[in-house]
Write a protein that binds this ligand. Structure first.
Ligand code: ME8
Length: 512
């Protein structure tokens, strides 16, 4: 039996509300999860929240709350946004969950027993917002090399994970598995990073400095470093060290989707942790680029965030999803502007797809009493099947290659072709000639079939619009397409009444 498809988002920090960047990763994973379910595969889509560490503790303190009360108050903002965006995750993990904490401690006990952990004095410069320790050499003008803020000098006794001893192994692994870190530019970045000696990882913080974290096993004085805790969510969520049967069913993960900001943790720390644990490697770490605004990364610390809730209220869920999937190639950065979103909305959604539906439904209304006309289905199938199947394969292979932008572009190329076919065939001229009634019927059925197929293919991408179209055609909305024959069939039944309904994407000026 095929292993279920397993995909993860990073678990997000709960020190602020989610913004467009978080929504992007989560929509991408939702689209892949939906696509794999659509292909008939069992799928496990994991997301959640990263709730420990100095950043969260600081945010709680600023609000005068204890950290647990604070995080309990923020988590619903993430869950509500995912609900608003129609995200169908299978499990939402919180690092404050009892089982997660147990797993983290189990792993540490195991690594200790294997001799991969030791204690040592640690001296370094610490950047609170970045939660990073730096050596003196790494500082730039005495400040954090990442965010350029002040750092604090610290010396303390901590637990260390022997990461350095796995460096050569990791380099070989990445060299020999070209698809492990994607895209290529990120793989090269990691290989470049690994050319320098890797240091062991300090995996605890003294409780005197940081109170908000998972206890280090058998130590009252240390809590576990937030990244070590957080990465483990990917295995604790599926029962590692607690439910072997469940774990073996889902692991290895098919894709860890992340932003390029957290590549090193996922392509260096995490594989080494797994190797030390004796666990199989993830199939892929896939890093997407950043949404930027005014040339800077959209981020809560820069305060230039874009609120997805506002955009969804204004343009609708599917328009927002479409924009994220279509505007940038997965892996590259994208400049966000609302004007671009509005442009996509008008040109691709209202004009191309919305209009296509409107024209077809109107013509059916005008010429065939709002019903699908009868015509020689077999002839239609033999002429259209190869093209339909071709579209299906193009979309499928783009998605299997983690290229949703191309997948959506293939679908839009079909939509554009259909609008072109209306101009070319001029059904309104055919309608004037009673001798051409059969020809008119065939043309409209061909258009209808294509639109119905397009709607089915759009289910993983624009689920609400796709469902709306399918409902108007009186077709089911829960399709699984396992092979080309499923897709190459005729979907519409002669005589079915088709409901034109309201505009799928009302003109923006009408919405104001
Ligand atoms: O890093 N463009 O959490 P986080 C695109 N808790 N994606 C963006 C983005 C942007 N401008 N800004 C954020 C953490 N993201 C850790 C992760 S995982 C074990 C622990 C997305 O709340 C992107 O996926 O800072 C990025 O990697 C993630 O949010 C960082 O979220």
């Amino acid at each position: 039996m095929k292993k279920p498809y397993y995909i993860t988002t990073p678990i997000y920090y709960v020190n602020a509300s989610p913004h467009i960047g978080h929504a992007y990763t989560t929509v991408l994973c939702d689209t892949f999860a939906r696509f794999h379910r659509f292909m008939g595969e069992e799928t496990f889509y994991l997301t959640g929240t990263d709730e420990h560490g100095a950043k969260v503790e600081k945010a709680a303190r600023e609000q005068g709350k204890d950290p647990k009360t604070y995080v309990d108050g923020i988590v619903p903002r993430f869950k509500d946004l995912w609900k608003l965006l129609g995200i169908e995750y299978d499990y939402f993990i919180r690092t404050t969950d009892e089982n997660h904490q147990r797993t983290v401690q189990n792993i540490l006990r195991d690594l200790e027993a294997k001799g991969d952990i030791y204690t040592s004095k640690y001296k370094g410069w610490y950047c609170v917002p970045c939660e990073s320790f730096w050596t003196k050499l790494q500082l730039v003008d005495g400040k954090c090399p990442d965010c350029h803020r002040e750092v604090q000098e610290l010396e303390e006794e901590n637990y260390f994970f022997k990461m350095a001893k796995y460096q050569t192994w990791l380099m070989d692994y990445i060299e020999n598995h070209p698809g492990f870190v994607r895209p290529e530019i990120r793989r090269n970045e990691i290989l470049g990073f690994l050319k320098e000696p890797l240091e062991d990882l300090c995996i605890t913080r003294p409780r005197t400095r940081l109170g908000w974290g998972i206890d280090y096993p058998n130590s009252k004085d240390h809590v576990i470093y937030v990244w070590f805790d957080a990465l483990i969510n990917y295995v604790s969520a599926i029962g590692y060290t607690i439910d072997d049967k469940k774990f073996n069913r889902y692991w290895p993960v098919d894709a860890h989707m992340i932003g390029k900001d957290i590549l090193r943790q996922h392509a260096v720390y995490w594989p080494i942790m797994l190797k030390a644990m004796g666990v199989e490697m993830p199939k892929m770490v896939l890093a997407h680029g950043w949404w930027t605004m005014g040339g800077a990364k959209v981020s809560k610390s820069r305060g230039n965030t874009v609120d997805p809730v506002e955009l969804v209220k204004k343009y609708g869920i599917d328009a927002f999803r479409y924009f994220l999937l279509r505007e940038v190639t997965l892996g590259l950065d994208g400049a966000f502007s609302e004007d671009l979103l509005a442009e996509r909305y008008t040109s691709d959604l209202a004009n191309d797809l919305g209009n296509l539906w409107f024209r077809l439904a109107s013509m059916l209304g005008k010429y065939f009493e709002g019903k699908i006309p009868a015509c020689a289905g077999d002839a239609l199938l033999s002429s259209e099947k190869p093209n339909l199947v071709n579209l299906y394969h193009n979309v499928e292979s783009a998605m299997l290659d983690y290229d949703p932008r191309s997948a959506v572009s293939y679908i839009w190329a079909a939509i554009t072709r259909l609008n072109g076919a209306i101009e070319y065939n001029k059904p309104w001229v055919l309608a004037k000639d009673p001798a051409k009634r059969e020809e008119l019927a065939r043309f409209l059925v061909m258009l209808g079939e294509w639109l119905a197929h397009t709607a089915v293919l759009l289910l993983p991408f624009l689920p609400h619009t796709a469902q709306q179209i399918l409902e108007r055609f009186k077709l089911k909305t829960d399709w699984t397409i396992e092979n080309e024959d499923d897709f190459g069939a005729l979907f519409l039944k002669a005589g079915t009444p088709v409901e034109r309904g309201d505009a799928l994407f009302p003109r923006l000026e009408e919405m104001k």
